[in-house]
Ligand binder design. Structure first.
Ligand SMILES: *Cc1c(COP(=O)(O)O)cnc(C)c1O
Length: 235
């Protein structure tokens, strides 16, 4: 089932690329495996997926050693500063940086470990009260502050768009995120690039790709519904 789902998602990405004149190689599918067991991740791995997204540090730390080392792990969930030390050096990209204090902690820990850590800034593009992320009007200033830190590199923006029945409704927000990234890149801030847009989930990734997503984060569409009442799978 997972293999078939992946084929379907990839096909939809390809179609969205064709519609918008983009190349499918410019879009990376992140399989969001939170709450799912290692066995399900293996299935996706065997179907060719190498990018996986998780939103809890504890769960990541359990899964990383149980799976192949060529997997690129993406931290996509809200991150507390006291957990940064576990992540640095082990994940390919942290998508959820929404404060200078968090970026400072990541830089400090990266210096300590002698690595550089790639980041995305999470933006609350629709201004939803329930969502993490910086408000769009603060994004440029935060990018400038992050640029001054020695051991992190800001690569772009991430957003979690509103939950909608009709994905077309989110097109505007994906456009807004892209416009914001263009505005910030025009400032030519040293040490900051805005090439990456992480946007689009199971309900709306096709639209996100049409609007320029570089990473789409698809969980349910690959692994099926999540059951949060189960205890975390231990394998
Ligand atoms: C869970 C999650 C996803 C995947 O959501 P689906 O709707 O299951 O595809 C994507 N991004 C973030 C930040 C998430 O927490």
């Amino acid at each position: 089932m997972i293999r078939e789902n992946i084929s379907e998602v990839k096909e939809k990405i390809r179609a969205a690329c064709e519609k918008s004149g983009r190349s499918p190689e410019d879009v990376t599918l992140i399989a969001v495996s939170k709450t799912k067991p290692v066995s399900a991740i293996w299935e996706a791995y065997e179907a060719g997926i190498r990018d996986f997204g998780e939103n809890k540090v504890q769960e990541l730390m359990e899964k990383i050693p149980a799976l192949p080392s060529d997997i690129r792990w993406h931290m996509i969930g809200h991150l507390q500063r006291n957990k940064v030390k576990y992540l640095v050096g082990r994940v390919a990209l942290i998508h959820s940086v929404d404060s200078l204090r968090l970026a400072e902690e990541i830089s400090r820990e990266s210096l300590r470990k002698g690595v550089e850590t790639d980041l995305l800034m999470e933006v609350n593009i629709a201004g939803e009260e329930s969502k993490y992320g910086v408000v769009p009007s603060d994004a440029a200033l935060l990018a400038e502050s992050i640029a001054a830190l020695p051991a992190v590199r800001l690569k772009g923006l991430m957003t979690v768009a509103p939950y909608v029945e009709s994905p077309e409704k989110n097109r505007l927000y994906f456009q807004k995120l892209r416009e914001l990234s263009v505005d910030i890149s025009r400032k030519n801030i040293d040490n900051v690039s805005m090439n990456v847009l992480s946007m689009g989930m199971t309900g709306d990734y096709g639209i996100a790709v049409e609007e320029g997503a570089v990473y789409v984060r698809v969980g349910t569409g690959i692994f099926g519904e999540r059951n949060y009442t189960d205890k975390q799978p231990a394998e």
